[in-house]
Design a binder for this molecule. Structure first.
Ligand SMILES: Cc1cc2nc3c(=O)[nH]c(=O)nc-3n(C[C@H](O)[C@H](O)[C@H](O)COP(=O)(O)OP(=O)(O)OC[C@H]3O[C@@H](n4cnc5c(N)ncnc54)[C@H](O)[C@@H]3O)c2cc1C
Length: 391
């Protein structure tokens, strides 16, 4: 098989790239290790920056999002039993975030690729990139016991943190930066109305909690948990009791509980691999970087990488200019590191760290008080949360 761009991974990054390239007349093949149903069953991000929404509209997948998504002009921070509102819209001159689940984004992209005859291979085993340091890169994989080869001009490694792309690069060519946090997030999804019409980030002595949602009838709640916690040890009732104990009184009273649809634990990690280009192979999204979800940046960074990558590949195929592919890595990393900083800061501000002293806990409370009472500090939070500009 021959294509212009061979894409590894059918998460949001790989599907969005494939769709944007198609609309520019560039063909691609997407190779995904899992089944379509498995990819769609993963419950992950839910908060989209305006830049991500604009890019999805450019990719012609904004119709259902326009109909169903919720626009949020603010968030709440709760600490010491108090709730404080951050007016993101007012502080940023009108910017908002859009609440629309990653599962829905993925489904919209899959449907669009199918409608346009996109080549997506699910359950592709042993996908391997070859010869990306030369002029003739290729991908190999196995499907239903048959070996296949895809010859291409470029490879896009959009295969997430555990993918093969980054691991195929010689370790001497790669510099990695990492921080693992001493806790995880226990998430529960249920078919109940959200407890509040904005997200509430709770700093509590028992640990962080987040009240978020996917729609007016579907809620997502998270509680900070130990890294060795086991989902099976947590009945729904135990989760609800723990969540209630971390919420301000009026919110705890209003919480509507119900049977869980999904429960999972995610470890929290910050990670960056540099650079993001190796000859004719590019890394994008979680394949190159991970952020803790506190700042809601993971999916949004995957989208901004794809903005830069689709533009760079379009320029090469349309004009033969290498300028944008040459600057791809540096341009992405500038924005990535700012999102890394913000995600680390939000995580540090809101969680209970096992090693933190009473002195450090007082500093945390002072910072929360400052952020929620100083317009300058609140503006810094707001402009990062709604998303920094792409350029
Ligand atoms: C449990 C969890 C919860 C999260 N919660 C949030 C959140 O609340 N907010 C937020 O902003 N972000 C969150 N994130 C992060 C966000 O979901 C990711 O940043 C986003 O999915 C990145 O998209 P991606 O396309 O780069 O990678 P992925 O979505 O990981 O997609 C990569 C794809 O590549 C496939 N793949 C992997 N290896 C191979 C291979 N060898 N061959 C072929 N295919 C392969 C995978 O099956 C997958 O479909 C969460 C992530 C996880 C894991």
């Amino acid at each position: 098989m021959r294509t212009q761009v061979g894409i590894i991974g059918a998460g949001p990054a790989g599907l969005l790239l494939s769709q944007l390239l198609h609309l520019k007349g560039i063909d691609s093949v997407v190779l995904e290790r899992q089944s379509r149903a498995y990819v769609l069953s993963r419950i992950r991000a839910g908060v989209l920056e305006q830049g991500t929404v604009d890019l999805l509209k450019t990719a012609q997948v904004g119709e259902r999002l326009d109909r169903e998504a919720l626009l949020h002009g603010g968030i709440e921070l709760a600490f010491n039993g108090k709730r404080r509102h951050i007016d993101m819209k007012g502080l940023t001159g009108g910017s908002v975030v859009t609440v629309y689940g990653q599962t829905e984004v993925t489904k919209d992209l899959m449907d669009a690729r199918n409608a346009l005859g996109g080549q997506l291979v699910y359950e592709a085993e042993d996908v391997t990139p070859h010869d990306f340091d030369g002029d003739k890169p290729r991908l190999t994989y196995r499907k239903d016991g048959i070996e296949h080869e895809v010859f291409c001009d470029y490879i896009a490694g959009c295969d997430g943190f555990h993918g093969i792309s980054r691991r195929s690069v010689p370790q001497t060519a790669l510099k990695t930066f990492e921080r693992a946090y001493p806790f995880g997030w226990f998430g529960l999804l249920c078919e109940t109305p959200p407890v509040h019409d904005e997200l509430i980030y709770n700093n509590h002595e028992r640990g962080f909690a987040l009240c978020t949602m996917r729609s007016p009838t579907r809620s997502r709640y998270y509680i900070q948990c130990a890294t060795d916690e086991n989902v099976d040890d947590w009945s729904d009732d135990r989760f609800w009791d723990e969540l209630r104990s971390r919420l301000p009184g009026d919110i705890a009273e209003r919480l509507v509980t119900g049977p869980s649809i999904e429960k999972s634990i995610a470890p929290l990690r910050s990670f960056v691999a540099e650079p993001m280009r190796f000859g004719r192979m590019f890394l994008a999204g979680d394949a190159a970087h991970i952020v803790p979800p506190t700042g809601a940046k993971g999916l949004n960074l995957a989208a901004s990488d794809i903005y830069f990558l689709s533009r760079a590949l379009t320029a090469v195929f349309e004009t033969g200019s290498n300028d944008l592919i040459d600057s791809y890595s540096a341009q992405c990393l500038r924005r990535i590191w700012k999102a890394q900083r913000f995600s680390w800061w939000m995580t540090s501000l809101l969680h209970r760290f096992p090693e933190s002293s009473p002195y450090e806990q007082r500093l945390q409370q002072a910072e929360l008080d400052y952020v929620t009472s100083s317009p300058a500090a609140a503006t810094a939070l707001a402009e990062n949360y709604v998303g920094l500009p792409y350029e």
